[in-house]
Design a protein around this ligand. Structure first.
Ligand code: UFG
Length: 333
């Protein structure tokens, strides 16, 4: 039996591959390498380069490797990009996921773990949000994820098929052992961008909006360490196999930090200076999003081990330094 990880050459997927291998699973990775990297895939996993919408390829992987579960990370993740190019997001995130789900159902794969997002809620205020909260996405990105959740829900009602939709809050940090990290080129996520700026890979960092109704006027997010996030996936997979019950669960710590608090943390933890510039609001940004993760803790028995912003930033920065070394002319000589 094997687990098929789509997007396993990407940021979160590559961490998941290591975690699955450590848990003794056989892992097959499907990634078209549009944003992921071949070198990011753990050597013990089999990488196939291709698209999740390629029914023939996915069917043959399922059959040849006795796949009993799919963990689906492949997708586009940048909120502003989804506003500029919504059709790309509805294609990559919704249409191709629908095809993948159909391929899973037709080939008898009963367990499906899906990368959903806190973006399905839209702006909900500083109070931790529960899964039962109404979903009103502020962006096509959030809507593309919500549509896929709906497809999963209906497929699970109609077929011998169950799913876990994990709603990620703001994922950051890197593998504490330094095996993988966030390597995406042209990344836009706050902690990644701030670490790049701290290292001098970019000149300055912009704060998008200082007039929000929050204590310091900047947006509040619940930052979760990628290692804790992938652990929630392991629990979700175990729960699906054992109970056969579908589940939607938030993955966050229940503690929000403003953009300025994050930047202060980056300066403190790295000992570097940052050239911070104040800019206008970024379209599609929710004011505050913080998780209530009682369900993941209660039903899945999830116990985060890295719920500390300093540690998240330290691991992200350390990975950024590593990338700099890998890309330096000396390293490639
Ligand atoms: N930000 C800046 N400057 C930057 C980058 C980001 O001020 O250079 C701000 C953003 O405006 C926002 C906050 O930092 O207020 C976090 O932005 P990110 O781009 O890091 O992340 P998002 O909140 O836009 O989106 C992420 C994930 C989604 C997830 C969402 C949930 O990409 O999948 O968090 O809150 F749904």
């Amino acid at each position: 039996m094997a687990v098929l990880v789509t997007g396993g050459a990407g940021y979160i997927g590559s961490h998941m591959v290591w975690a699955l291998l450590e848990a003794g699973e056989e892992v097959v990775v499907l990634d078209r390498l549009s944003t992921g990297f071949e070198w990011a895939v753990a050597p013990e996993a089999r990488l196939f380069v291709g698209d999740v919408g390629d029914t023939g390829l996915v069917s043959s992987l399922i059959a040849n490797h006795a796949v009993d579960a799919i963990v689906h990370f492949a997708g586009s993740v940048v909120v502003p990009e989804s506003i500029a190019d919504p059709l790309l997001y509805y294609d990559n995130n919704t249409a191709r996921s629908r095809t993948l789900i159909e391929t899973a159902v037709r080939n008898g794969v009963r367990n499906f773990v899906f990368s959903s997002s806190a973006a399905v809620y839209g702006s909900v205020g500083a109070e931790p949000v529960q899964e039962s909260h109404p979903c009103n996405p502020d962006s096509p990105y959030g809507m593309s994820k919500l549509m896929t959740e709906t497809i999963l829900q209906d497929a699970a009602l109609a077929h011998d098929f169950r799913y876990a939709a994990l709603r990620y809050f703001n994922v950051a940090g890197a593998d504490p052992e330094g095996r993988t990290g966030q390597s995406t080129k042209g990344a836009t996520h706050l902690i990644k961008v701030a670490c790049e700026a701290a290292l001098g890979k970019r000149g300055h960092i912009e704060v998008f909006g200082t007039d929000y109704d929050t204590p310091d006027g900047t947006c509040i997010r619940d930052y979760i360490h990628v290692t804790d996030l992938v652990k929630a996936h392991l629990h979700a997979l175990e729960s699906l196999r054992r109970t056969g019950e579908s589940l939607v669960a938030n993955c966050g710590y229940g503690r929000g930090y403003s953009v300025l608090e994050v930047l202060d943390c980056v300066k403190r933890v790295t000992g570097r200076t940052l050239d911070v510039r104040y800019a206008a609001r970024r379209e599609g940004d929710a004011e505050a999003v913080v998780a209530n993760s009682d369900r993941a803790r209660g039903i899945l028995g999830w116990r985060p081990e890295h719920a500390n912003l300093d540690r998240i930033v330290a691991s992200a920065f350390s990975w950024e330094e590593d990338l700099l070394r890998r890309n330096s002319p000396k390293a490639s000589a």
